[in-house]
Design a binder for this molecule. Structure first.
Ligand code: ADP
Ligand code: MG
Length: 482
């Protein structure tokens, strides 16, 4: 594996991601999980940890964990255990968080993605179910802090990777791929501002060939932009420390977007600090193979599977297939266009090229694209049947995108973009060009290919760019050789 070094150091990153599972009710109670309610209106006796209450596992949360496991080719544990993770904090009324420790429900698996054109695979260690804590609200204007327990007991899936990533770009690409998977299969709404998808990045550096360095964990990265900035800052900071002769202390740090710096929050706890032990209130979670198969049967086609189908059915390169399956809506757009025009590779080029470029520039999703798959297919049809050249097609596309026109043929007509396919007319133009450029002709005959390109250029110019380039090429070569 190649990884680029920074000042002679190799970067090592592992991720822990908390994905909030999109259930209606909490993981161990019937209280609602909806975001944004008045504080403490969605916390029931179980969430408040009143004496005598008992947790009851939410089946929907388990199903979502199974779906995730299947989506990343993991093993679904037939029997997993809930444990108590003990710590004191005002927003944790029980004094412990119910989580999974030694035996998680999802084990192994991997996340695959492209970094540029390079294929990467990040191995997952595990994904376990746990409950979220409440929130402390610091109300500075009255100098008091309040506790909101609405979020207490919200189901989370914590997804942990091996330390497989070798740079900030790769880490962000992993996080985006993971975000795509959980939203594609619909187990998480992916809303990062609301905290539905939060990433902790464990970062260390080492000289190549050395054992793993000491890591610092950047907590709660809730935007891809901050994620990149935070990791880049952390890498520079760690290298500087080491170069100055200081050892890195294992720590938990926070990223401050205002200063662009990471700051130590606390020294890192060990598992032993949490005094994990199996929760006696919850029986082992048993997932029978039939349950797994039933869930598998209900799941929509996965991005990986869809990409493989695009390769097999449409003959697309793997890179195209992976890019087009970035979201369900982009995949659907491509498929509709490809099927309507019967030219999958052209459809792929257009969706990945012109369409994506404009969506990115305007920062809109493909659902809001002003050009429909049917319009794109009609345009591709006109390229394939030689009615328009590629460059003319881009002009047509511009007109469709800006809603200057909506019918492809009408736009071609109105703008006079029809390609010249008339051999007689082209021959006449080419004869004129040959007669007017004896120097280039002589150079071509002396074996200079550049001279040929110059003549093609002249001929295309004489057709005002409307000549069919292939035809111009062929005719010119025939005449010069004849
Ligand atoms: P903890 O139990 O303290 O959370 P884990 O062993 O579960 O520690 O690791 C947490 C995360 O840190 C994992 O994603 C793992 O890949 C990553 N990690 C472990 N060691 C390193 C390291 N030296 N550098 C970077 N990441 C690491
Ligand atoms: Mg951990």
């Amino acid at each position: 594996m190649t990884s680029k070094l920074i000042q002679g150091y190799e970067v090592v990153i592992g991720f822990e991601t908390h994905a909030q599972l999109s259930t209606q009710s909490k993981i161990f109670s019937r209280a609602a999980t909806a975001f944004g309610a008045e504080p403490n209106t969605q916390a029931c006796a179980v969430d408040l940890a009143l004496p005598g209450t008992l947790p009851v596992m939410n089946r929907g949360a388990v199903e979502r964990a199974i779906e995730f496991g299947l989506a990343v080719n993991a093993t679904i544990a037939p029997r997993s255990i809930f444990a108590r993770k003990n710590y004191f904090y005002p927003d944790l009324p029980k004094g412990y968080q119910i989580s999974q420790f030694e035996i998680p429900v999802v084990q192994g698996g991997s996340v695959e993605f492209f970094l540029g054109e390079e294929k990467k695979s990040v191995r997952l260690v595990r994904a376990h179910l746990e409950e979220d804590a409440g929130k402390s609200l610091h109300e500075d204007f009255i100098g008091q802090s309040g506790i909101d327990l609405n979020r207490a007991g919200t189901p989370l899936l914590e997804i942990v990777t091996e330390p497989d990533m070798r740079g900030s770009e790769e880490a962000v690409a992993y996080a985006k791929e993971l975000h795509k998977i959980v939203t594609w299969i619909g187990i998480c709404d992916g809303n990062m501002q609301e905290g539905s998808f939060r990433c902790d990045a464990n970062v260390s550096v080492r000289k190549p060939g050395q054992p793993l360095g000491t890591r610092r964990e950047i907590k709660n990265l809730n935007s891809f932009k901050f994620m990149q900035q935070a990791i880049d800052y952390e890498i520079r900071w760690q290298i500087e420390q080491i170069e100055d002769g200081h050892a890195i202390q294992q720590a938990t740090v926070l990223f401050d977007p205002d200063t662009g710096e990471t700051r130590a929050m606390r020294t890192k706890e060990d598992a032993a600090d949490y005094r994990y032990f199996p929760d006696p209130d919850l029986p082992p979670l048993v997932v029978a193979p039939e349950w797994v198969e039933r869930v598998r049967g209900q799941m929509a086609e996965l991005p990986r599977v869809m990409a493989a189908r695009f390769v097999a059915d449409y003959g697309l390169p793997e890179y195209d297939a992976t890019t087009l399956t970035q979201s369900k809506s982009m995949a659907a757009y491509f498929e509709a266009a490809a099927q309507a025009c019967g030219q999958p590779k052209l459809a792929s080029n257009w969706v990945m090229g012109e369409v994506s470029r404009r969506l990115n520039a305007q920062d809109i999703g493909i659902d809001a694209a002003p050009v429909s798959p049917a319009q794109l297919a009609a345009l591709i049809g006109r390229i394939a049947d030689n009615t328009v050249s590629n460059s003319a097609a881009r002009q047509v596309f511009d007109a469709l995108w800006s809603r200057e026109g909506s019918d492809v043929d009408a736009v071609i007509e109105a703008k006079g973009l029809k390609q010249m396919n008339d051999t007689g007319a082209l021959e006449k133009i080419i004869d004129d060009i040959i007669a007017a450029n004896p120097d280039n002709v002589a150079q071509f005959r002396a074996g200079k290919d550049k001279a040929f390109n110059a003549l093609v250029g002249q001929a295309m110019k004489a057709t005002k760019g409307k000549g069919n380039p292939q035809q111009v090429n062929d005719l010119l070569r025939k005449k010069l050789q004849g």
